[in-house]
Design a protein around this ligand. Structure first.
Ligand SMILES: Nc1nc2c(ncn2[C@@H]2O[C@H](COP(=O)(O)OP(=O)(O)OP(=O)(O)O)[C@@H](O)[C@H]2O)c(=O)[nH]1
Length: 475
């Protein structure tokens, strides 16, 4: 991203709040920008399933990656001795990623289909990079799950230890309710319909159990590297697939994704997922997805946690690389701030209006679903708490009750341990009281107040062990 210096003057808000609400209501009910609905996707899947190749090829096919860049990528990856990775070079940004042939951070890209404006958050597949993926998924409306159809590869990604299951559970827990499964690398199994059906019939029940409804789950057969069934199915490479498949392409599927419900009437909340500093000590750009309310250029904002005397002014708002005057919940934005020292901002902090400051929590209750763990969760166990783009040390300080997953009723009070796949209510306390995070707490609101912010994940030893929603902030 190119950083420009912001002009010196802080702008004034141009619209009265009532008018802004009316405009937001109109825009939210049409759900469109330039006549298109705006949606964001996170790309998930096991390492080497072909996520970056698929996105690189897709961006090329829809005209976002030009011939020149494509050829430069081909030359670059050939020189590095990794010619088969050339499509992924469209996305895999840093030199380190290119040398290792893996994607490490969330790269943002934009493109359009006939009826949708799409923001793509590419997710890395390596095990230790799951935290990055969480940040991407907490900003997405739809997941694109890429699976490798090659013999033994789909199975390796789907078994315990593979990332397919963990990613699916994670994105659903973070509120993503639509999923498209790209059954990739079908060229490696001679475009076998039987293989495609086998993968679909294995994944469907799992996706349903994970909470994706059948109407919001779809499958697309493809060969990303050859560009088959991304936008079309012409030419020799697509001949075998055309013999048995006449359904939608990936773009046809993407073009039907539904935009999020926009919680524009809520308090303004913008969790910071990235910070871009400028030369100046009082100007900074941040990116994130607005989790509640509306913000306009000229309004005063502060960060939570943060010093309440530090109040900045919104100098610019960009959506999909274009400047706008205001933006509302559900939108991924880049916001330029002035009068604020970048030092007072951290990834995971939440921007809000000074008179509607976000609560900070050190102890809260949550309803969680425990994942497929081998070591049970005990009372007082150390965990890492993930919320938005932040992770902090915490403990499951009290195990309050076991909940029946079907009825939601309490099955047992004060259980001794939580084993795999149970649903429970727990109390969570931040560790490290006395340290900056321990005393100040994390910005958090109950799920009943804000459905984006009120979601949490618990991890232990590099593995996600539970996901849940915040019930009540106790302190
Ligand atoms: N035969 C075949 N190979 C493919 C296809 N798509 C991707 N590949 C190859 O699979 C390998 C992995 O592709 P990537 O796109 O880097 O996979 P990824 O899922 O982004 O990997 P990570 O970023 O490491 O998680 C590369 O060698 C690709 O060229 C395909 O449709 N057919």
């Amino acid at each position: 991203m190119e950083i420009e210096e912001l002009p010196e003057e802080a702008p004034k808000a141009s619209l009265a709040r009532e008018n802004l609400l009316e405009e937001a209501q109109r825009a939210a009910s049409s759900g469109t920008v330039d006549g298109k609905k705006v949606v964001s996707i996170v790309v998930i899947g096991h390492v080497d399933a072909g996520k970056s190749t698929l996105m690189g090829r897709l961006l090329y096919e829809v005209g976002r990656l030009d011939e020149k860049t494509k050829r430069a990528n081909e030359r670059g990856s050939l020189k590095a001795g990794k010619s088969s990775f050339s499509w992924a070079w469209g996305l895999d940004g840093t030199t380190e990623e290119r040398q290792r042939g893996i994607t490490m951070d969330i790269a943002q890209q934009f493109f359009s289909t006939p009826h949708r404006q799409i923001t793509v958050l590419d997710a890395p597949g390596h095990k230790d990079f799951v935290p990055n993926m969480i940040s991407g998924a907490s900003q997405a409306d739809c997941a694109l799950l890429v699976v490798d159809a090659a013999t033994g590869e789909f199975e390796a990604g789907f078994e315990r230890g593979g990332q397919t299951r963990e990613h699916v559970l994670l994105v659903r827990s973070l509120g993503v309710s639509q999923i498209i499964v790209a059954v990739n690398k079908l060229d490696q199994v001679e475009w076998s319909q039987a293989r495609y059906n086998e993968i679909e019939s294995t994944l469907r029940p799992f996706l349903a159990q994970s909470g994706f409804t059948a109407s919001k789950t779809s499958f697309v057969p493809m060969g990303a590297m050859l560009g088959v069934n991304l936008v079309g199915r012409e030419g020799e490479d697509a001949k075998q697939l055309n013999e048995w498949y006449s359904g939608p392409t990936l773009v046809d599927r993407l073009d039907k994704m539904e935009p999020p419900k926009r919680d524009y009437a809520n308090f303004f909340r913008l969790p910071i997922s990235n910070i871009f500093k400028t030369q100046s000590t009082s100007n900074v750009y941040i990116t994130g997805r607005i989790a509640g309310g509306i913000v306009q250029v000229g309004e005063k904002v502060r960060a939570m946690p943060g010093d309440d005397s530090v109040v900045g002014v919104v100098k610019s708002i960009e959506v999909e690389d274009a400047p706008v005057n205001w933006a509302m919940a559900g939108t991924n934005v880049t916001v330029g701030l002035t009068n604020i020292d970048p030092i007072s901002l951290n990834i995971g902090s939440v921007l809000c209006f000074p008179d509607e400051a976000m609560p900070l929590a050190t102890v809260f209750t949550a309803r969680i679903i425990v994942f497929d763990i081998t070591v049970p969760i005990t009372s007082g166990a150390s965990v890492e708490l993930f919320n938005q783009s932040r992770d902090v040390p915490a403990t499951t300080s009290k195990l309050l009750s076991l909940i029946d997953r079907a009825t939601g009723e309490v099955k047992k009070k004060n259980p001794r341990v939580l084993t795999k796949n149970v649903s429970a209510e727990v109390e969570i306390s931040l560790r490290g009281a006395g340290s900056s995070i321990g005393t100040k707490g994390v910005p958090l609101e109950p799920f009943s107040v804000n459905k984006d912010i009120g979601r949490i994940l618990l991890r232990r030893g590099g593995e996600t062990i539970a996901a849940g929603i915040v019930l009540e902030i106790l302190g």
